[in-house]
Design a protein around this ligand. Sequence first.
Ligand SMILES: [Cu+2]
Length: 106
Amino acid sequence: MRIACGGRLGVAGLGLLLSVLPAEAATIEVTIEKLVFKPAAVNARVGDTIKWVNKDVMAHTATADGKFDVVIPPHQSASTVVTKAGAIEYYCRFHPNMRGRLEVAE
Ligand SMILES: [Cu+2]
């Protein structure tokens, strides 16, 4: 965000400006290590990015049927943006015992 205001916007003005802007979208990292999503459950908001970081030597997926299917190659990361509020259970297609959960608020 760029604020051009001729240098006359004081700290109080800046606070007022920030308070009326919507919260900025966040990126939430979930690590995959030894076939486990960590943390297994995360809280997010609509518009946030969920980024999975795969530390394993094998590929994994983050798959929520009908919602997303993200393949994360070994030692790489991949992400998706959550667009709807609600709870999302996801798993890895290659290792169905791997399970995670997103709690997405408006
Ligand atoms: Cu897997």
